[in-house]
Design a protein around this ligand. Structure first.
Ligand SMILES: *Cc1c(COP(=O)(O)O)cnc(C)c1O
Length: 398
């Protein structure tokens, strides 16, 4: 897209005029695109007003959140509050035993967790399902860790039997197991408890393993669901090592960001062995975005547990209604239990663009986030059905 307006000649117009016109144009586009957004797991209903007054400050949380820096315009105390809140949601027990930080994204959390895992285990193999987010194999590539893919079932969850086979074949090695709480395409939840028992049964004891849970979206949904099967709950009670989530997904922030929580022993090891110059060099990035910390804190504090429970309940209900409406027109739909991700056959390019759907092969998905209300769902279902059954009727979820 050409950024500046065609009517403006950048050689003749004053910068102020160019800037105003360009920003106006962007703003109008964003207002329009936000209204019809269905495809990405972003909670666009956030309230950024209370933190907008900080736009004039460079807020930089340099270094370890528990140490801080001499740069005065920082919010590491707020960051520790954010991490404490999330540690409770993920059932950390004694917070002293855990470490957490706000980073640039869910991807950064995955990369840093897998780095800590490698530093802990020496020369491990990383195992993840084929439905894992691409940032997981990417982290393995960056870190030069051998990565093995394991099959997932048709719902998108890791197959414990397939996992057993892969682990069995590598039983003499140390293993990093990267599980997913809410897969990107199908919104599936790997059963954390069953996967841990596979490791136990094959004889990969806790000293030879590191289990990371990538919970970019649903690690901020499942803790707030009533009657959740305990195996899929993103909880440190399973004996896992780390969980990461994205701030701009269920929490809802005006900038991409993420939170990682990890057992403190792993961070301590890195702080003392790798970085002998600065024992507080425990984050991937040196400078970190303090605005993101304020944005997450504003959301957690305002919404409280009750707010997230409300999100979880209403979004799951709406996703059920969405799936039901498509099914009643005999559209094949996949919707995992306690998931917000509705998978259906890929519609026309026009609808894919209009609703900003994410597609994979002949499937597309919509994600029912808190800003996706009944009117948007109805409008999309109407548009979809209008072109159905011109869509391919092939078997879609294989
Ligand atoms: C979105 C997503 C990520 C990446 O998170 P970012 O914050 O976009 O970097 C990782 N894993 C899963 C399962 C995701 O859905």
């Amino acid at each position: 897209m050409k950024l500046t307006c065609d009517i403006l000649d950048t050689r003749l117009s004053k910068p102020d005029v160019i800037i105003d016109a360009t920003l106006d144009r962007l703003r109008n586009k964003f207002v329009d695109r936000r209204k019809k957004h269905l495809g990405y797991p972003y909670n666009l209903d956030f309230d950024a007003e209370p933190i907008s007054q900080f736009g004039e400050f460079l807020i930089n949380n340099l270094g370890d959140p528990y140490v801080g820096s001499h740069y005065g315009t920082e919010v590491s105390c707020v960051e520790r509050d954010v991490v404490d809140w999330i540690m409770r949601a993920w059932e950390c027990g004694d917070p002293e035993e855990y470490w957490g930080a706000v980073g640039a994204s869910g991807t950064e959390g995955n990369l840093w967790a897998i780095y800590l895992a490698r530093e802990t285990l020496g020369n491990p193999v990383l195992v993840h399902s084929k439905e894992a987010h691409y940032s997981v194999p990417k982290a393995a590539k960056i870190l030069r860790i051998e990565a093995l893919t394991c099959e997932a079932d048709h719902t998108g969850a890791i197959c414990p039997d397939a996992l057993r086979e892969v682990i069995q074949a590598n039983r003499h090695r140390c293993v990093i197991l990267a599980l997913t709480c809410g897969t990107t395409m199908k919104g599936a939840h790997d059963d954390i408890a069953s996967c841990i028992s596979v490791l136990d049964q094959v004889g990969i004891d806790p000293s030879r393993r590191f289990v990371h849970v990538d919970g970019a979206l649903n690690a901020m949904v499942l803790p707030f669901v009533d009657g959740l099967p305990s195996g899929i709950r993103p909880s440190f009670r399973h004996g896992i090592d780390s969980i990461s989530t994205s701030g701009h997904k269920m929490i809802g922030t005006p900038m991409p960001c993420g939170v990682l929580v990890v057992r403190r022993e792993h961070v301590r090891r890195v702080a003392s062995t790798v970085s002998y110059l600065r024992s507080d060099d425990t984050t991937l990035m040196g400078s970190r975005n303090g605005h993101a910390v304020l944005a997450i804190w504003n959301r957690l504090t305002r919404l409280g547990i009750a707010g997230f429970r409300h999100f979880a309940r209403t979004c799951i209900e709406r996703a059920d209604g969405f799936a039901g409406a498509l099914r009643s027109e005999s559209v094949p739909v996949l919707l995992n239990p306690c998931s917000l991700t509705v998978v259906f056959p890929k519609p026309s390019e026009r609808l894919v663009n209009e609703y900003q759907l994410a597609c994979h092969g002949n499937c597309a998905h919509a994600i029912v986030m808190p800003n996706v209300k009944a009117d948007l769902i109805d409008r999309f279902v109407g548009d979809f059905i209008a072109e159905w059954p011109c869509n391919s009727r092939q078997k879609v979820f294989s």
